[in-house]
Ligand binder design. Structure first.
Ligand code: ADP
Ligand code: MG
Length: 349
């Protein structure tokens, strides 16, 4: 999750000492019915603290991550929910970071069918209301619910929440909240770079939301507009990157004067990214349009990898080497959240 105080962008020295700016968590989803009946699947996966142990043909491979999550469908612990555990351990601290004024970015990475959308959004039928959260609800609704809970308990601060939701499909940006106007699909949106504030999407719609119910309405609109197409691996898979953005603006209320002091305003940006499937093209039997999609997906994921690697090298060598942000729309847009001073983490599936 990228973490950078936008107010301090100019002052590059402020967070230089924070070295552990990349957090990676892995989540293993339960086998589905087809996989359970597949005699070729013989590997066994176990989680032990931060280690994940894969036993394949009697050989053990151990991988270490900041967080490891594995579904335990038969847990007897009351109130146990996988989604809640992922949120509490890996994501809830980011809500705190956002309220402290940091920018936050979370990527869900993994191949199609591995559980990215389930983790980010949850099962479609899952519901959240003010009193309870359905256990199948994912990170994005939980994140928003926690934001509104915090807002309702802090009387000394006026906080506004603005959201936008868009997807990058074949390197083109589509607004998921105003994509269709009078039944006609809008042309893709363009990216421009502001000399001070960095890259932004021209004419991307932003919506002020007052409470969780408002937000739920927008989520429904956006989710129904996500471009989906069948592939050989998972017919419901999404072939686009979807980015749910929240801008949190906090303004201290001066109680004595009963007026808002604009000087005490704090703004943080949160990007929750459900990346497209990371599978290799040869695995998906793709051709034609599907092949074109696969090429652009792979290109942007490759660039994301290159950007992170360049940043890691720059950080460890304390240099300012070239970072290829502009090689893909995704990395260009998230440039400010992927800077040397950012704290980035991935949920890998
Ligand atoms: P992706 O977005 O990575 O392509 P999905 O999130 O659509 O994958 O998940 C594929 C299927 O697996 C869905 O039917 C989803 O409900 C199920 N699934 C994924 N993760 C879990 C989980 N942790 N527990 C239960 N079911 C899951
Ligand atoms: Mg998906």
């Amino acid at each position: 999750c990228g973490k950078l105080n936008e107010i301090d962008i100019e002052d590059q020295t402020v967070y230089e000492e924070e070295n552990s700016n990349l957090t990676v968590g892995i989540r293993v989803r339960p086998l589905n019915a087809k996989e359970l009946n597949d005699s070729k699947i013989t590997s066994v996966i176990q989680v032990n603290g931060q280690n994940i142990i894969v036993t394949c043909e009697s050989v053990q491979h151990t991988f270490t991550y900041d967080h490891c999550f594995m579904s335990q469908m038969d847990t007897s612990e009351p109130g146990y929910t996988d989604q809640e555990i992922v949120f509490k351990n890996m994501v809830s601290p980011l809500v705190q970071n956002a309220f402290e004024g940091y920018n936050v970015c979370l990527f869900a990475y993994g191949q199609t069918g591995s559980g990215k959308s389930y983790s980010m959004m949850g099962q479609e039928s899952a519901q959240v209301n003010i009193i309870s959260i359905d256990e199948a609800v994912g990170i994005i609704p939980r994140f928003c619910q926690e934001i509104f809970t915090r807002i309702s308990t802090n009387m000394n601060t006026k906080t506004t929440v603005e959201i936008s939701y868009f997807e990058i499909y074949n390197e083109k940006i589509h607004d998921l909240l105003t994509n269709v106007m009078n039944g006609v699909k809008r042309a893709p949106l363009k990216v421009r770079e502001h000399p001070v504030f960095g890259p932004y999407i021209v004419d991307l719609s932003q919506h002020c939301v007052q409470n969780y119910k408002d937000l739920q309405t927008w989520l429904k609109v956006g989710n129904s507009q996500r471009a989906t197409a069948a592939t050989g691996m998972n017919e419901k898979s999404s072939r686009s990157h979807s980015i749910f953005s929240i801008i949190l603006t906090q303004t201290q209320i001066n109680n004595q004067l009963n007026s808002e002091s604009m000087d005490a305003s704090r703004r943080s940006k949160i990007n929750l990214v459900d990346l497209a499937g990371s599978e290799r093209l040869s695995q998906t039997c793709a051709s034609g349009d599907r092949l074109k999609e696969g090429v652009s997906i792979n290109k942007s994921l490759l660039t994301l990898g290159k950007v992170i690697a360049s940043l890691a090298e720059n950080t460890s060598n304390r240099k300012r080497g070239f970072v290829p942000y502009r090689e893909s729309v995704l990395t260009w847009l998230l440039k400010l959240l992927l800077t040397v001073n950012a704290i980035i983490s991935f949920a890998k599936f």
